[in-house]
Design a protein around this ligand. Sequence first.
Ligand code: HEM
Length: 267
Amino acid sequence: MLRNVTLMKGCDGSVLIDTVNPSSPAEKDSPPNNPSLRGFEVIDNAKARLEAVCARKVSCADILAFAARDSVEITRGLGYEVPAGRKDGRVSLSSEALANLPPPTSNVNQLTQAFANKGLTQEEMVTLSGSHTIGRSHCASFSNRLYNFNSTTSQDPTLDPNYANQLKAACPQGSTNPNLVVPMDPPSPATSDVSYYRGVLSNRGLFTSDQTLLTNQQTLSQVIQNSQNLFGWHIKFSNAMVKMGKIGVLTGNNTGEIRVNCREINS
Ligand code: HEM
């Protein structure tokens, strides 16, 4: 869930809205998000408790930003203050997820551009990619690197062959089981540490978009720095999360609302 805090329409909680009309699916049902995103019930619970004590005061967009911070803190990352006051958007379109979220096959230039489009620097892109220190991925997000990389080689030569074998065991070729997942940072999948960067340096980045950070001098140097400086990365990560949480926010008199149910636009 963390990954989609903002990168689509902005931090307006639009990713929480359920599809009403299947011919116009909502963001959460777009291919990059479904079946990837999970944890919607956590937001629903927080919203229900807030509505019970203080109706219509805390937006779903704010709840999501707080939850992202809490997920960092409970995985032993650094807590940070989250500016509040976001309103919830009234539009959620699958097409916007497709247009704004860079795919895991992206190279470093494509990633840099996608983040720049949202006002984020290349260094912030490297810093935020470190969030792949927690969580898991479905096989479909990286199986091209194992079985059909390109016309000359089936396996991505930049992927550590031992790791590739482990991934192949977890994700058999042709498996149609959509529930197969692997941890993105196997040594410590539930800890916000710098093991992700160490993995990337050992050619164990799970996605092309992780591994590609070694192919550019600046991003390589940041990967090395982060891998050696846990506290430094924590500080940079907190700052980048706060900045990302300000992208496209609806505040004050902008059009927006405080949803009663995070899954539905107010009637
Ligand atoms: C740099 C561009 C990025 C790409 C290409 C990317 C791609 C992906 C992909 C493909 C997955 C696995 C989805 C699945 O198969 O279930 C994933 C998971 C995840 N991403 Fe990213 N991501 C990026 C940036 C980010 C950012 C900026 C954050 C947050 C700051 C983030 C946080 C996460 C988390 C926490 C997960 C695990 C989700 C879970 O365990 O359910 N990602 N990402």
